[in-house]
Design a protein around this ligand. Structure first.
Ligand SMILES: Cc1cc2nc3c(=O)[nH]c(=O)nc-3n(C[C@H](O)[C@H](O)[C@H](O)COP(=O)(O)O)c2cc1C
Length: 360
């Protein structure tokens, strides 16, 4: 069932940061847990390995509300080492997708839908905005401390390519990791897969580069667990080589980010205003197949290569059954962005569902 969203798509990113969260995430109602946490994620006890991935939770107030509603693994939206403004509003639009967003449908591009409805299919385009560390470090510290028993905050960050060469780019990731770790965050996630920056090639597809960056980040943060956020990999050989090299450096893989596709109005014009915004990230129900596929492949590779990394399954989780499907596919934790935005009770409903059906 669709509820009014806690991140208001009718407002700009800045207004959400200043005034959000909205609707049920602002009612202060707490989903109370009983007993002891029965699960562990990267060594941390959790009631349910379920959360909200990087995106819909841009401030401590959003993260606190997510904890209160039973999302035990919320991710604080990706931050940078310097302020960067969001793409102009609108940033989220509903899109028409008939069934799965196959790669053929992605290549043809999509058309905007009239309203947000089930099955939820949206595009989002923010450009990974960030406040200055002088603001977000203090706010992130609050978010870390808002975790209750059996809950832990994950902090997402990324570097920025300012055209100053590879060393500076790598160094910016390392600085980001240091600044995030200073907040007390216990799990870090580095975003290598945003399609909304106007670049055609995602960083996660450049194995040499992410191997170098990840090794430098791990040198910086020591034993603090590091997840890396991936997009969908079409080639199994490419994925296998990347996992073989990165699987011994990082502590886990989070997959998937959105799938980039051109989005147009019904008259064929570009839907989102501004340069570099014809292609934007598609998420929600139609990308579940791709998230499940990546989780299954990451699990098979973990067995084949004898690694022990964690797998975070994301993409198209809009109902409790989707959580169960991801767990069966091999996800150690499951997350929902689009589904949770329009259903603040998804964690509670999933808890009830797993209890009833005896699912882990
Ligand atoms: C509003 C919104 C903002 C997002 N921003 C980020 C981000 O800052 N960093 C990131 O790694 N992923 C971001 N994402 C992608 C999500 O983390 C997730 O990978 C993707 O939406 C697929 O999950 P879903 O189908 O449950 O939405 C964002 C998604 C949404 C809906």
């Amino acid at each position: 069932m669709i509820h009014p969203p806690f991140f208001d798509t009718g407002r700009s990113f800045e207004e959400n940061v200043l005034h959000g969260p909205f609707n049920a995430f602002a009612d202060g109602e707490v989903f109370l847990r009983e007993g002891e946490p029965q699960h562990r994620f990267l060594g941390f006890p959790v009631y349910l390995p379920f959360g909200i991935p990087a995106g819909p939770l841009p401030t401590a107030r959003f993260a606190k509300a997510a904890f209160e509603k039973g999302f035990d693994l919320p991710v604080y939206k990706t931050v940078r080492t310097r302020e960067l403004r969001s793409h102009p509003w609108p940033n989220v639009l509903p899109v028409e997708v008939d069934g799965d967003l196959t790669l053929e449908k992605r290549d043809k591009g999509l058309v905007v839908a009239d309203d947000f409805r089930e099955p939820l299919a949206i595009t989002n385009s923010f450009g990974v905005p960030s406040s200055d560390p002088s603001f977000w470090q203090e706010d992130m510290r609050e978010a870390v401390q808002a975790a209750g028993k059996g809950q832990v905050l994950i902090a997402s960050f990324q570097g920025t390519n300012r055209g100053e060469g590879v060393d500076a780019f790598v160094g910016d990731y390392v600085l980001g990791a240091r600044l995030v770790k200073e907040t007390g965050a216990q799990i870090l996630e580095v975003n290598y897969s945003c399609p909304n920056e106007g670049t055609t090639n995602l960083l996660c597809y450049d194995t040499d580069r992410i191997e170098r960056i990840s090794a430098r980040i791990k040198d910086e943060i020591g034993n603090t667990p590091l997840l890396i956020k991936l997009a969908y990999f079409e080639s199994q050989e490419h994925l296998r080589d990347m996992v073989r090299r990165l699987g011994k450096i990082v502590d886990g893989f989070a997959a998937i980010n959105t799938i980039g596709a051109a989005v147009r109005n019904k008259d064929g014009s570009q839907a989102l205003p501004g340069e570099g915004r014809l292609v934007s990230g598609i998420c929600g129900a139609p990308i579940k197949w791709a998230g499940i596929d990546m989780v299954q492949r990451l699990k098979a590779l973990r067995e084949e290569l004898g690694y022990s990394y964690a797998i975070v399954g994301t993409g198209g989780v809009t109902k409790p059954e989707d959580y169960a499907e991801y767990r069966a596919a091999g996800a150690d934790a499951v997350m929902s962005a689009t589904g949770a935005m329009w259903n603040p009770y998804l964690a509670k409903e999933t808890q009830e569902y797993v209890k009833k059906h005896g699912i882990q």
